[in-house]
Design a protein around this ligand. Sequence first.
Ligand code: PA5
Length: 440
Amino acid sequence: MKMLRTDFKNMLRDSVGRHGLSPAELQRLGRRAERCLAELKEERAKGRCPFLNLPYQKETAGEIKRIDRELRSWVKDFVVLGIGGSALGNIALHQALNPPYIGGHESPRIHVIDTIDPDLFDGLLKSLDLRHTAFNVISKSGTTVETVAQFLIVRERLKDSLGSTYPRHIITTTDPEDGDLRRLAEREGYRRLFIPKGVGGRYSVLSPVGLLSAAVSGINIDELLAGAAGMDKRCQKEAMEENPAMLGACLQYLSYKRGRHITVIMPYSSALEAVGEWFCQLWAESLGKKSSLKGKVIHCGPTPVRAVGPTDQHSQLQLYMEGPFDKIITFVAVERFKAQVEIPQSPEANFQYLSGHTLAGLMAAERRGTELALAEAGRPSYTIYLPELSAFYVGGLLYMFQVQTALAGKLFGINPFDQPGVEAGKAHTSTLLGKDKGTL
Ligand code: PA5
């Protein structure tokens, strides 16, 4: 079976000259990364870092499949209400695995609404037949203002149009013990799913947060989890060449230390554009920290930027080629696209070079051409090859990025699981809105 692999030769001095990394420094860092991995394994054994165990939740997967079967008999639209880590993973999965324009499947339409834009929200609600709509309210804390506001509006409209049967239309996904949403869901009799204790938003895509809407949209969640479990095995290996998460963490960390503070993620696949967006949140919120674990003020963190190929060859690439030497680029290549679209023979002499090629071949040539041009300009990049866009490989890719982030956090000496900066903003917003300390 083919596996996800990473080609990092264009990160090295041999390919990109003085802006590249030397194999010796990478090896030295590898020894430190091995110790970080050992620490992560130890924490896992003690029950910390529970996101690492998400691929193995058989019972939860069973419960989600049961809910999915029931919903399918009456739901035409399935709406996720949530934001940040409670939405981006869902969007990433749907975009990656439910390509648009391909009809013929019976699954409900999925809408992931990670905004409170009034026009968008009102427009969506007015477009829905509420009798055939289910809402999945996702909030780990159960207090996030955007999600709470969305929920209150939805509940009111459901009550108005459906009367006392409205609770059937709401499924909450929240903390198993804490939070206002959990208490309210219990009191009002909604169906409830729980995010395992200690799994934070941006590490929760493989928990009920991402799994329910995935299942409802027809994604095979067993395959998704199997891919993640397979990747878990690889991410436990000590040798950097065998462990894609450790390799990624080391390449990223060393580049940052060498002044390349911007990291661009550029999949050559429209389906993976939202995986780029999800990765940016994971990377930024996990690694952008003021203080080290030792309490020293360090203000560290790479700035993630998303791009998509080939579209951004005609937008961002000029900057990456000739701008400041402050970036590295992670390409994500899909080795086998589903559709084989041939470019036909052309009677026009100037276009004949394209004849006989496929769009996938053109995509690969453009990516490789870009990699080569960047390397010639002394710009480091590396490429993650995904054998195909299936639930198995996408599950593995997302899991790998999460482990890479946890390991990078250790290399940076920070806590990659908290987000004090985000919490501060949330607190100010609540104060501005006059929230007092009521409990449900
Ligand atoms: O990754 C995170 O922890 C955050 O992005 C949260 O997911 C986001 O702030 C939403 O929080 P909650 O799920 O508690 O509503």
